[in-house]
Ligand binder design. Structure first.
Ligand code: ADP
Ligand code: MG
Length: 250
């Protein structure tokens, strides 16, 4: 079993609030791992820590054998980790297509593009083709020319996924992808994520929707007040006493 991501003993406090306490878990290459836990248990903070938006106080994070806990977030993205946000915020004046293109802007492509070099134009064309393909996959083609800020909450989540995929990540981390997504789109979103997984992308997914977790995840980890209290298959959750305690309180 190859570990793509290894999180070992990660802790984080905000002021006197110990939000993560020595969190350890792995993501196996190719798996879809669910991250569960009640509100405030530290799930988003854990994602922020892995993606470099928050620096851990202690512990190590290793991706593809490389230590990343002290890396800047833009460097972490370059190693192949992408993420979406629980509440995506979109720029006011950019169209949906422009937002996806901006997410994919390759530095060499940008500079060559500014200089009018052929390789820059080629990179831009490739990005455009990739962006169109992703908008299609995420059912956003019909709104591609609308301002991104005008999309529904659910469509913004889909757009966040399209942006994350522009960098061709090996690991995609999703923060509550189903919340706010129209019920008719949910099944399509599940199918899209399964397809991504089949293409070899590993997924770490925060989600409360149990149907989603049961359909998609091979394994789940459960956070309770900043500690991992369970690691099991989705069908084992309901009979796990620590999971029940986490959700029902003690
Ligand atoms: P979850 O995603 O599981 O609902 P969060 O990780 O968002 O939980 O939050 C866990 C705790 O960390 C909460 O008590 C929250 O107030 C606190 N927290 C999260 N981010 C910050 C921050 N940037 N500054 C201070 N406290 C924070
Ligand atoms: Mg959260």
């Amino acid at each position: 079993m190859t570990h793509l991501l290894e999180v070992a003993g990660v802790s984080k406090a905000f002021g006197g609030n110990q939000v993560l306490s020595s969190v350890s878990f792995n993501v196996v290459k190719g798996e879809i791992l669910g991250l569960l836990g009640p509100n405030g248990s530290g799930k988003s903070t854990l994602l922020n820590t892995i993606s470099g938006f928050t620096r851990p106080d202690g512990g190590s994070i290793t991706f593809n054998g490389r230590p990343i806990a002290r890396m800047a977030s833009h460097r972490i993205i370059q190693t192949g980790i992408a993420r979406t946000f629980q509440l995506p915020v979109m720029p006011e004046k950019m169209s949906v297509m422009e937002v996806v293109m901006a997410a994919g802007t390759r530095q060499h492509g940008l500079i060559n593009g500014l200089l009018g070099l052929a390789s820059g134009r080629k990179a831009e064309q490739e990005d455009k083709a990739r962006a169109s393909e992703l908008l299609d996959t995420l059912l956003l083609t019909k709104v591609k020319d609308l301002p991104a800020a005008a999309l529904s909450g659910g469509q913004k989540k889909l757009l966040g996924i399209a942006c994350a995929l522009m960098g061709n990540p090996a690991l995609l981390m999703l923060d509550e992808p189903m919340a706010g997504v129209h019920p008719q789109l949910r099944q399509e979103l599940v199918e899209t994520l399964v397809r991504l997984s089949q293409q070899g992308i590993s997924l770490l997914v925060i989600e409360h929707d149990m149907h989603f977790i049961n359909t998609l995840c091979q394994r789940c980890i459960v956070l309770d007040r900043g500690q991992i209290v369970a690691s099991c298959r989705p069908d084992e959750l309901a009979e796990n006493q620590q999971v029940l305690d986490a959700y029902l309180g003690r």
